[in-house]
Write a protein that binds this ligand. Structure first.
Ligand code: ZN
Length: 492
């Protein structure tokens, strides 16, 4: 009887997971293919599907089945843990609220995009206020008297709280600020990339890079998006990128980043396909994969040496003759406005700012009407530059329009985990740089697949990293990596 209950939970979950994949593909379509005039209709379609998903997750039969079910092995226990987590969350949030959030955030995305293009904060504020109101309501329902922001963070990073994140940032901030000051005061600045790089050639190289980093093209595809992302799991994992003829690094490193996410989803043990553990376990662990692909591997001296050769072959001479200079150019540190284009030193400072602002918004300590001023003041204080237009300020990121409050800190957590994994990878693979210098990522990505990716959501987020590196994760390896790398580039 107990095994019957387990089988019934799994049969139920399999359909829910399949519908979640359909929902994800609707989101992918919305950002790649959908005609602009379809925005309102798509909002209604997504709200309808969310209603079905919510009803399935909160299905009263599940509570009894979960009580009766017995897991025959650790993977089955993890399956039950994931179903129970989804169920306990869903029963706390009224179905009408879940559907309203799906509808409003779907439409809000288009309104944000138009406001950003028009540099018009006022056009976005009423919508943002509505999203904030709904997410606060959801946070309060989930928290049941606890901290609403913590409850939202838990959605993306199970087990993590705002206080944990604040402590991590407290440890990172002084060393990052000190490093930034030394770099900017060094009197050195690598040459920026100059010239025009054909879009077609960029896309050909981007596809080759995706293949080199292990992207399985038979179970994926590459399209264009304003903000690159990856979507889907198992046998249908799609990536997106963008192209600017003046800035080929944007295309190459966005692609490599999304391949890191996609490799995680494609690399999960096929036995877990369309089950609750058949996906990345958290956004932080997800970001650790995209970040180690992009930065610790993709922006390393060894790999950029290979990339330099590829670019000279495909684009001809472009004014940077030596591989050492090219490495410095790829890793140029500059206080810029845009998070997604930020260097590794400034990146986490962007996140710290978003974290403080969104936590204040969710706690009611900051009102939407005051957000722009709060953003601009904080940016000036942290980066020493005044925001010159809204698309360089509070309108730059899509996250808040789609209700992703509590998501930003997982980017920094991903960087921290990537630092830990990189240290362990180097210790395990003394030949890593020789491989990277040949453009051969197979041993490195194979190690990540074995240590992290294949497990999907079998283990809790911190646990899978701790097992991979043989110790508890901490921010120290990331900080040491940054100080060493940028110390070398800037002669500190
Ligand atoms: Zn990412």
């Amino acid at each position: 009887m107990k095994n019957d209950a387990f089988a019934e939970v799994m049969a139920h979950a399999r359909q829910t997971v399949a519908l979640e994949q359909v929902m994800g593909r609707l989101g992918w379509d919305q950002e790649t293919m959908m005609p602009r005039g379809a925005a309102e209709q798509r909002g209604e379609e997504m709200a309808a599907l969310e209603g079905i998903l919510h009803a399935r997750r909160s299905d009263p039969r599940l509570a009894g089945l979960l009580d009766a079910a017995e897991a025959p092995d650790p993977a089955a226990a993890a399956q039950l843990r994931e179903v129970a987590r989804g169920h306990s969350r869903a029963v706390k949030v009224p179905g009408t609220l879940a559907q309203e959030i799906a509808r409003v955030t779907s439409v809000a995305q288009g309104i944000w995009a138009q406001a950003r293009a028009a540099e018009d904060v006022a056009a976005f504020l009423p919508t943002l206020a509505e999203v904030v109101r709904l997410k606060r309501e959801e946070g309060a329902a989930l928290a049941q008297g606890g901290d609403a922001y913590d409850a939202l963070v838990d959605d993306y990073e199970p087990g993590m709280t705002g206080a944990d994140i604040a402590a991590m940032f407290g440890a990172m901030r002084p060393r990052l600020v000190a490093l930034r000051e030394r770099i900017l005061g060094s009197g050195r600045q690598p040459k920026p990339l100059d010239g025009s790089f054909s879009a077609d050639s960029q896309m050909r190289l981007a596809r080759d890079l995706a293949g080199a980093f292990g992207y399985d093209w038979s179970r994926g595809r590459l399209d264009m998006a304003v903000h690159p992302f990856s979507s889907g799991s198992g046998h249908d994992v799609r990536i997106t990128t963008r192209v600017s003829e003046a800035d080929p690094f944007n295309c190459f490193y966005s692609t490599i980043h999304e391949v890191g996410h996609a490799a995680y989803e494609q690399g999960v043990d096929p036995d877990y396909l369309l089950t609750p553990i058949g996906k990345g376990v958290s956004m932080g662990v997800h970001e650790s994969q995209s970040r180690i692909y992009e930065n610790q591997l993709g922006r390393s001296r060894a790999f950029t040496g290979w990339l330099h050769g590829q670019m000279r072959e495909r684009f001809g001479e472009f004014g940077i003759a030596s591989a050492d200079d090219f490495f410095a150019t790829v890793n140029r540190v500059q206080p810029g406005f845009i998070r997604t284009e930020s260097d590794e030193v400034h990146y986490n400072l962007h996140i710290m700012m978003r974290f403080d602002l969104e936590r204040a918004l969710m706690r009611g300590d900051l009102q939407v009407a005051d957000l722009q001023a709060a953003w601009n003041d904080r940016f000036k204080a942290d980066f020493g530059v005044a925001v010159d237009r809204p698309s360089h300020g509070m309108l730059q990121d899509v996250h808040w329009s789609v209700g992703l409050f509590g998501y930003f800190p997982t980017y920094s957590l991903g960087n921290v985990y990537a630092g830990c994994l990189h240290k362990a990878l180097r210790a395990d693979q003394p030949g890593l740089d020789a491989d990277l210098a040949r453009g051969d990522l197979s041993a490195a990505t194979g190690w990540l697949r074995e240590k992290v990716q294949r497990h999907g959501a079998l283990y809790e987020p911190r646990q899978v990293i701790a097992q991979a590196i043989g110790t508890q994760p901490s921010e120290v390896p990331l900080l040491e990596y940054l100080e060493t790398k940028f110390g070398q580039i800037y002669g500190l």
